[in-house]
Write a new protein. Sequence first.
Length: 91
Amino acid sequence: MRSLPSSMLNLVYLTLCCARVASAFGAYLHVLWNIGDNLTTIGCVVTMIWLLSCPSYEHQKRLSLLFVSAVLEGASVGPLIKVAIDVGHSP
């Protein structure tokens, strides 16, 4: 089994970190504007399927779809985060 070069592994973790930041941004959008619902969940699933169907040589398109999917996933989880915030602020 071949191991990845260190620079390639750094890019993988950077991409994962950016996707998590995009997901947090989606949750923040839900807290601000209440955008997370079933439509964002369906959108997240659709963009993930679209991402899986893209060929591997279309790097920019795949990265964009990953970030859109992460934002929609964050917005879908946003209602749960909002409940946790509301419970944390109750006396």
